[in-house]
Design a binder for this molecule. Structure first.
Ligand SMILES: Nc1ncnc2c1ncn2[C@@H]1O[C@H](COP(=O)(O)OP(=O)(O)OP(=O)(O)O)[C@@H](O)[C@H]1O
Ligand SMILES: [Mg+2]
Length: 359
């Protein structure tokens, strides 16, 4: 008997970020995805700084706590990398097969990646033929610093886990958005008609990092990780109210209505200018397809009224996304109200968990 698809490897998604470890495991049934396990375990401040593991003991302990809390059977993990450790480049090159490209990839990457090729892990994905020149194809190159992945592998192994899949946060975001039906990957094939074309931005705002992925007709057109996030708001609250970090975090999360409007305003001025930088960069190459909608996720999407604020400031329709809206949940096992509250924060780990079902 097999209710759940067993043909692919079951992986537990682990997102190790600056504020904590997030774990998600999904199952796939005919009716769709179902939540099997989940945990969020906070990390002490400065255990991870700019994606570098500083306090490996604290991180592996958090991993062990998460595994115990979630009662996960598998020890095979999918993890995400982001920030400066990752270089993602869309490049155009002469049409060739995947097999051929495999052998040329180091040479290609060497021209586009600012690090020594021996110091990075490389991957690529062929997007398809160039719209304007069918003898050329578009390829996404991904390079990730070895030391960052190796550090993660080490803390994982200390917790008895093995990374079977390493993904970029921006791609996990895209996977989750596709599962939720926010973007349609077939659109590129079906509509060359400008009328039907659409560009949407996925914006995941964490504590320190903001992962941005702008898709034109379902295809990656611009990705970037920018250093800005909820931490900036916490710092504004610290300054404005003369509070320590912890107290400011609590004020932000538990009594937002007490936060001074000046602190909030400064946070939004910074956030808007960071977003405009990316939107402008995208527009410089795709002026004919303006971004029509922004989908917000990440812990900082929980800031009250953030969608309304960004919509007004950027003039782009904006919506906070809760991925649990499309995932079946056994309410005897999980608290639906809690899931809906933290949902936006789980977008990247959910996108990672979907890797179990890749064909
Ligand atoms: N209810 C809330 N209201 C406002 N902000 C919140 C709330 N809950 C969490 N946050 C903020 O969200 C941020 C954490 O989000 P998230 O878990 O997505 O980040 P992270 O993945 O740990 O960080 P990064 O990816 O930047 O390393 C923190 O800045 C936290 O203060
Ligand atoms: Mg994160």
């Amino acid at each position: 008997m097999s209710l759940f698809s067993g043909k692919n490897e079951s992986l537990v998604a682990i997102d190790i970020s600056s504020t904590g470890v997030k774990l998600v495991e999904l199952a796939y049934a005919r009716s769709g995805y179902e939540l099997k396990a989940m945990a969020i375990v906070p990390l002490p401040r400065d255990a991870i700084v700019e994606n570098t593991v500083i306090d490996s003991m604290a991180v592996s302990q958090a991993l062990l706590d998460a595994l115990e809390e979630a009662k996960v059977a598998t020890r095979k993990a999918a993890i995400s990398v982001s920030g400066n450790a990752v270089i993602i480049k869309a490049v155009t090159m002469p049409m060739t097969t995947e097999f051929e490209l495999e052998t040329q990839i180091e040479f290609e990457a060497d021209q586009h990646v600012p690090y020594d090729i021996d110091d990075v892990y490389l991957d690529f994905q062929i997007l398809g033929a160039d719209e304007h020149d069918l003898e050329q194809m578009e390829v996404v190159l991904v390079a990730c610093k070895r030391e960052v992945v190796d550090d993660y592998q080490l803390v994982l192994s200390e917790a008895g886990l093995e990374a079977k899949c390493v993904d970029c946060a921006v791609f996990a975001l895209e996977n989750a958005a596709e599962m939720l039906g926010l973007i349609n990957n077939d659109a590129a094939l079906e509509s060359f008609d400008e009328e039907d074309s659409q560009a949407v931005g996925l914006v995941n705002i964490g504590a320190n990092l903001m992962n941005i992925n702008i898709l034109k007709n379902g295809q990656m057109a611009f990705v970037r990780d920018q250093f800005y996030g909820g931490q900036n708001l916490t710092e504004e609250i610290q300054k404005e109210h003369g509070l320590g970090y912890q107290a400011a975090e609590e004020m932000k999360k538990d009594s937002f209505h007490d936060v001074s409007p000046e602190a909030i305003e400064r946070f939004y001025v910074g956030l808007t200018s960071e977003l405009v930088r990316s939107l402008d960069f995208y527009a410089a190459n795709h002026a004919e397809y303006p971004v029509q909608k922004l989908y917000l996720t990440g812990g900082s999407a929980l800031v009250p009224e953030i969608a309304v604020e960004l919509e007004q400031r950027l003039g782009i329709e904006t919506e906070v996304v809760n991925p649990f809206g499309k995932i079946k949940v056994n309410t005897k096992k999980f608290d639906q109200e809690y899931l809906d509250r933290v949902g936006p924060m789980m977008m990247v780990p959910i996108g990672l968990a979907l890797r179990s079902f890749d064909t």
